[in-house]
Ligand binder design. Structure first.
Ligand code: PMP
Length: 447
């Protein structure tokens, strides 16, 4: 455990005085001063140790300070720190080949992160098909740049509206709260068939692509029914519409496979990725396109690219990070730990009144909290919070477990290297918090 920083409060104050924090009303920003990390833990300025139960932004898959990735970054810095985007480099060749192998698609276009990958995916889909519109889903997040933010369905898009034109939205496969009022027995996959109606109303000849998160992450981890993607693939094939599979959060081992859609046996036309591509050690995203789309750009102008596209140090971090996944069998381990986590989550659902639903795939999981199991009334309103959610998050934080919660959702997305003991330690704190919420909902404060 590291020593306390000599002047941690001043560092925090300087951060607040001279920098702006993302997604925050600045006065309300309450940053932890992070001073270092190792594996599943990071350290704060008071000398405290935190269990990172959300892998930072669900991206730090190999954990903090993995030596193999650090060594690769240092070696690349010493060899060639920068090359412009039109140069060929060794790492670019290596990563391009690897991404072709793991996605089963064609060529990769490199970006600096997920939002920019989605911008380029939409642009390429429009250029390739000659069509204008993109369908996305309401409970989705695709990024914070103008086009990706507009494409997102959730309220994070509101500040940029009307945003870029041509985005059309559909409902999600959210089985716990089916937007079509169905249940498991009555479901006829209206979540797919209503997309066909949207396609007809918008004009199939106008729709370039549907962009979906492989498994929806930050809007409540929506695991689709097994036949959702095969049906969506067939629908898109019928109308010549591309599938852009946003695997920024769900890809690269998080669910125990390279891509979440690989669980469902379909092949998208375009895959976007970022986070788990480098485990966050360097900024990098990629748009991986099918052979057909790659072929199109052999003879058509690819209008896009930034000064730092294909930055060699980022590419070297990715190559090393992907090697760690394979050398340490992290995806096998994720499936194994995920099976144990699933048992624990189901037990919590049976035990606590406030746990309405649990959803999971590998180490990608969420607890959906309710005030009442029978009515499924959410513990906090959509796009809002509540004293109960405040208590839950506050307790977990007070025990130095770093967790991601939003609306009435609480995620469990630890690094893929997490041990069973670490997982148990974090879940024990979650259970304390759930018990506190159960007490609150059993004895509501009189209005
Ligand atoms: N797509 C998805 C599914 C995401 O979860 C995110 C980030 N949380 C993004 C895109 C945007 O990626 P970035 O923050 O790297 O731009």
């Amino acid at each position: 455990m590291p020593d306390a920083h000599p002047d941690s409060q001043q560092v925090i104050q300087d951060n607040r005085d001279h920098t702006l924090f993302s997604w925050s009303v600045q006065q309300a920003a309450n940053p932890i001063h992070m001073t270092g990390g190792k594996g599943s833990h990071f350290y704060d300025g008071d000398g405290g140790t935190w269990l990172d139960f959300s892998s930072q932004l669900i991206n730090l898959n190999v954990g903090h300070q993995h030596p193999a990735v650090l060594d690769a970054i240092k070696a690349q810095v010493d060899t060639l720190c920068f090359a412009g985007p039109s140069f060929a480099t060794d790492v670019r060749a290596t990563l391009g080949k690897k991404l072709r192998e793991v996605t089963g698609l064609g060529k990769s276009f490199f970006t600096l992160g997920g939002s920019e990958a989605n911008e380029n995916a939409m642009k390429m889909a429009r250029l390739y098909t000659g069509r204008d519109k993109i369908i996305t889903r309401y409970r989705s997040y695709h990024g914070a740049t103008m086009g990706s933010m507009t494409a997102s369905g959730d309220p994070r898009r509101w500040p940029v509206e009307p945003g870029v034109p041509g985005i059309v939205r559909a409902f999600d496969p959210y089985c716990y709260r089916c937007p079509f009022g169905q249940n498991v027995e009555s479901c006829k996959r209206e979540c797919v068939s209503h997309i066909e109606e949207i396609i007809q109303m918008e004009g199939p000849q106008n729709i370039a692509a549907i962009m979906v998160e492989g498994i929806t992450g930050s809007n409540g981890l929506l695991v689709p029914p097994d036949d959702y993607y095969p049906k969506l693939r067939a629908l898109c094939d019928k109308y010549g519409i591309l599938i852009i599979d946003d695997e920024v959060m769900s890809g690269f081992g998080r669910t125990g496979k390279w891509l979440a859609t690989q669980h469902y046996g379909i092949k998208p036309d375009i895959v976007t990725c970022a986070k788990g591509l480098t485990s966050g050690y360097m900024p990098l995203g990629a748009v991986v396109v099918s052979d057909a789309i790659a072929e199109y750009f052999e003879t058509h102008f690819l209008a896009g690219g930034l000064t730092y596209s294909g930055h060699p140090v980022s590419l070297a971090a990715a190559v090393a990070n992907l090697k760690v996944y394979e050398d340490e069998n992290l995806f096998g381990r994720t499936r194994e730990m995920g099976a144990y986590l699933a048992l624990r989550l189901e037990a919590m659902k049976a035990k606590y009144a406030c746990v309405g639903d649990v959803r999971y795939k590998g180490l990608f999981s969420v607890i959906e909290l309710v005030k009442d199991k029978a009515t499924r009334e959410p513990l906090a309103p959509f796009n809002g919070t509540s004293p109960e959610m405040g208590k839950l998050a506050g307790h977990i934080k007070s025990r130095h477990v770093y967790a991601y919660s939003r609306f009435n959702f609480l995620w469990v997305c630890p690094p893929l290297i997490i041990t069973k003991e670490e997982l148990d330690a974090g879940l024990a704190v979650y259970e304390e918090a759930l018990a506190l919420v159960d007490q609150m909902i059993a004895a509501p404060v009189a209005a």
